[in-house]
Design a protein. Sequence first.
Length: 80
Amino acid sequence: CTFWVATKQFRIRDCKDCTFYLHCHTEPVIESSRGISLAPFIAEYPGLAAQFREAKFDPTRNFWSAVYDFSGRADKANWR
């Protein structure tokens, strides 16, 4: 599955083979998941800037790649 997500806090559990295009104000957290792909939220559509303002999202503050993996392993990451 593929998801486009803009959120202040992102946490997933028990996900498998998912792609997330992410705008997140804190470090994303994954747990008990595998095959997760993360990329920056790059969507554009009419009204997006207004929605970010209303939600008090700072478009310059995006921690999409600062992932904390609770179930990470030393030999292989659960995300890419």
